[in-house]
Design a protein around this ligand. Structure first.
Ligand SMILES: CC(C)(COP(=O)(O)OP(=O)(O)OC[C@H]1O[C@@H](n2cnc3c(N)ncnc32)[C@H](O)[C@@H]1OP(=O)(O)O)[C@@H](O)C(=O)NCCC(=O)NCCS
Length: 319
């Protein structure tokens, strides 16, 4: 697909090192890493013993780290303890956690030894993201991390769906931040002017309830906080179909032209992107986690090799 190939080409030009913590425990991650190195798409760090890897991983573009004998292991444990002691971390617990590939990856990333992490082929989303939220944290000007999905299909304009993977029940303030971060992504990474629809089961007051108010207020906040074209609350047919938008009183350019769809909660967002992928023939790229201090991306446990390679490329684009 053209857009995917374009993104890969951009990613290839960025000089960055990505950590793949599961390359020695998952065949798909191993094969993705091998292809990344063979095609010179990225530099990598993987974990384990040298004998677990073939020649592709032994080039100058890949570092193989054996966590148990890593020189700074105790230093990392102390730093993790200092970072989390106010949250109940003990030094013994930090020494135990730092030997795990998830926490070790985050400390390596925090120390500046790499530029991004791609993980989660064998771990749940929560287990991948919790260490990242605790150690890497959000960029100083961003209150939340959000998980978006880039939806692509041959012959159709790309769409961004958010949040699809992280924030279960966002507040109005959260929804506004999700909208603005998603807009920044589509503008900066894809070079497309964002048109953002704040989705609901109601369009411009056709229904009235707390759920609708949440989206209406989010739209007001997002419009106050940003220069982007943002409209809502609206139903998804008004966002995607001009005639429906007109009939339902959407006068802005967002009606019928939306390319960023902000869902009111994680149930809607996660179900929504999967319906569009399964029934609409779109390919879902992501989830792409926005606003971490340094990029960390979570793989679905069902990911194939190609999807893992795409996620590595997207991670480089966020560096
Ligand atoms: C990611 C998740 C595990 C975090 O929740 P949790 O483990 O209960 O952890 P907490 O709520 O205690 O948060 C841990 C830390 O992350 C921070 N945090 C949580 N969500 C955050 C977000 N969206 N943005 C920024 N920080 C966040 C908290 O403030 C907390 O920081 P602190 O410990 O330094 O105070 C939770 O949001 C979750 O399970 N989300 C759904 C993920 C999922 O299953 N998705 C499936 C679809 S793919």
């Amino acid at each position: 697909m053209e857009i995917v190939e374009q993104l890969k080409e951009y990613a290839k030009k960025i000089d960055a090192t990505i950590i793949l913590p599961e390359a020695n425990i998952d065949k798909r991650v191993y094969l993705a890493g091998k292809e990344i190195l063979d095609k010179k798409i990225s530099k990598l760090i993987v974990f384990g013993k040298s004998e677990e890897y073939d020649e592709s991983f032994k080039s100058g573009d890949c570092e193989i780290i054996d966590i148990s004998s890593y020189k700074d292991l105790d230093k990392f444990a102390t730093e993790l303890f200092e970072l989390r002691k106010n949250k109940g971390m003990t030094i013994d617990k930090a020494r135990e956690l730092i030997r795990r590939a998830d926490y070790f990856s985050m400390m390596l990333l925090k120390a500046g030894r790499a530029d991004g992490v791609v993980a989660g082929a064998t771990w749940s989303t929560a287990d991948t993201l919790r260490p990242a939220l605790q150690v890497i944290k959000t960029k100083p000007d961003k209150p939340i991390v959000t998980g978006i999905m880039l939806m692509v299909k041959e012959g159709a304009d790309p769409l961004v769906f958010a949040d699809v993977s992280l924030i279960e029940n966002p507040t109005s303030e959260n929804l506004a931040d999700i909208a603005i971060s998603s807009a920044e992504f589509i503008e900066k990474v894809l070079g497309i002017e964002p048109k953002i629809a704040m989705l609901s089961y109601s369009t411009k007051g056709s229904a009235s309830s707390e759920m609708v108010d949440k989206v209406r207020i989010a739209t007001e906040i997002a419009n106050k906080k940003s220069k982007y074209l943002i409209d809502g609350e609206m139903q998804v047919d008004s966002a995607l179909d001009k005639a429906t938008a007109k009939k339902k009183g959407i006068s802005s350019e967002v009606g019928g032209n939306a390319n960023v769809l902000i869902f009111p909660d994680l149930n809607a967002g996660n179900i929504g992107y999967k319906l569009v992928a399964r029934l609409g023939g779109y390919t879902a790229i992501g989830p792409i986690m926005l606003n971490f201090n340094k990029p960390v991306n979570d793989l679905s446990r069902g990911s194939n090799v190609e999807e893992i390679i795409n996620t590595i490329c997207i991670t480089k684009l966020l560096v």
